[in-house]
Design a protein around this ligand. Structure first.
Ligand SMILES: Nc1ncnc2c1ncn2[C@@H]1O[C@H](COP(=O)(O)OP(=O)(O)O)[C@@H](O)[C@H]1O
Ligand SMILES: O=P(O)(O)OC[C@H]1O[C@](O)(COP(=O)(O)O)[C@@H](O)[C@@H]1O
Ligand SMILES: [Mg+2]
Length: 420
């Protein structure tokens, strides 16, 4: 699938290694004997192109970071800047501050002109030094501001919402006939972006979450009938809970949005927890924030500024239900509810994520300099690809319950496939 280009690429690249525009990577590479691969998407491979659309001498680029924090945001900003500056010779790179609102001159602060000194050691800190936010920006105002500031390239670093926003900016620039390259870098600890096998920040987040699980396990083990209940992030997908469970190897029960569960009844979660307590005298339970929402009364459906549904607190709910269940059963337990959610995403990136950030960012620069627009950098089968932003909006990514990750989780916890 070819992504949109702004026009003919005429400028020779200063780089020495190139990837051909005609190479493709198939979305699905495993074929069942009876399967026709007709609807298989073939993605353009990311990488430096021999000819560039933009002349580095006169090009101005902007970077914006949006949505929730994810370890590695500063690494991405730094690598975007350094690739533009050192490899391509683009000297005017601006950091728009405070998320998408920073694109509106009436709402945001003035963008920062990035320099090698400014980005020098930003990757050693968590968060984003440009700031972030949720909530919309008027795309017409934003694009007009980019035109006024003569910005030719905009890197949008963020999750699914940010990339939908990037798609709107791309369409608005096209409508205004302004040749703007909008290129997305996929961020989120939730790891729920389609066509990206691993978003940056996910691995660091599960490393941090696994530390919390190990400590919660110690708390449960050291008392009689200790139950540690830990809530982890994961709005629509249980990747964080599952990854941390496999990393820790101490979890006995895990509840995720992809697998609805019942609390009551002989095959329900509470009966299984009781059995575990009677057999082993302690238990570690992990719940993803998006799990079991169907059990909670949520008629109002409140949303955050970006339009994401505000979830009800499954952790508090489970904690109360477990407490009253064991009281009714007359079994004394030591229940501790822990919510380390925000603590796992505000740290700096680990080494694996830092590598991922660097490669996502440099590929984003290659795409933009070649004049490609309305895309995000994806990663499938260990290859970096160009994913049209439009395509991203049509899909959701959740954990496959018949896949290796969830099956590994079931094997390591020993819990049944479902509580019904
Ligand atoms: N459909 C959309 N159109 C335009 N902007 C959007 C859209 N969805 C989200 N955004 C904007 O993208 C930014 C980040 O979205 P959000 O959902 O908060 O985080 P994330 O990008 O991490 O998913 C917010 O400023 C939000 O208003
Ligand atoms: O409370 P906040 O900061 O709005 O963010 C909470 C959400 O952010 C996340 O950490 C990441 O979500 P996004 O990638 O969509 O920003 C979710 O796991 C969580 O639901
Ligand atoms: Mg999101």
């Amino acid at each position: 699938m070819q992504v949109t280009t702004l026009g003919e690429a005429l400028y020779p690249s200063p780089l020495r290694y190139f990837v051909s525009d005609s190479l493709r990577l198939a979305e699905r590479i495993i074929q069942r004997p009876d399967e026709k691969m007709t609807d298989n998407i073939a993605f353009e491979l990311a990488g430096p192109r021999e000819k560039l659309f933009f002349d580095a001498k006169t090009t101005r680029a902007g970077i914006v970071t949006c949505g929730g924090l994810s370890p590695g945001l500063n690494d991405v900003i730094r690598s975007l800047f350094l690739e533009l500056h050192h490899a391509y010779g683009v000297s005017q790179v601006y950091g728009f501050q405070g998320g998408y609102r920073g694109l509106d001159p009436h709402l945001g602060k003035e963008p920062l002109l990035l320099t090698p000194e400014l980005v020098d050691d930003v990757h050693k800190k968590g968060g984003t030094f440009l700031g972030t936010s949720r909530g919309p920006v008027d795309t017409a105002v934003a694009v007009q501001n980019l035109i006024d500031k003569q910005i030719n390239i905009l890197f949008v670093v963020g999750g699914d919402g940010t990339q939908r926003g990037g798609y709107e900016l791309y369409k608005e620039a096209k409508r205004q006939n302004y040749p703007l390259a909008v290129v997305g870098v996929p961020k989120t600890i939730d790891n729920d972006i389609p066509f990206v096998s691993q978003t940056f920040g996910y691995l660091t987040a599960i490393e941090e979450a696994a530390k919390a699980l190990d400590r919660a396990h110690v708390e449960a083990r050291c008392v009689n009938n200790g139950i540690s209940l830990v809530k982890l992030m994961g709005r629509n997908a249980g990747f964080i809970a599952a990854g941390a469970t496999l990393a820790s190897q101490e979890v006995n029960f895990i509840l995720v949005p992809e697998v609805p569960f019942k609390l009551e009844g002989p095959n329900g979660f509470l009966a299984a927890l009781k059995k575990r307590i009677l057999d082993r005298g302690h238990a570690l339970v992990v719940v993803a924030e998006g799990a079991g929402q169907e059990l909670l009364q949520n008629n109002t459906q409140l949303k955050d500024a970006s339009g994401n549904i505000l979830l009800n607190d499954i952790g508090q709910y489970l904690s109360t239900r477990i407490k009253t269940f064991f009281e009714d059963e007359d079994i004394p337990v030591h229940l501790r509810y822990m919510d380390p959610s925000y603590l796992i995403r505000s740290t700096r990136a680990n080494a694996v994520d830092s590598v991922l950030c660097d490669l996502f960012a440099r590929n984003a620069v290659h795409a933009a300099m070649a004049g490609k627009t309305g895309l995000i950098i994806g990663k499938l089968h260990d290859k970096y690809i160009h994913v049209p932003s439009e395509l991203l909006a049509s899909r959701k990514r959740v954990m496959e319950t018949d896949g290796m990750l969830w099956q590994g989780v079931l094997a390591s916890t020993g819990q049944p496939a479902s509580f019904y």
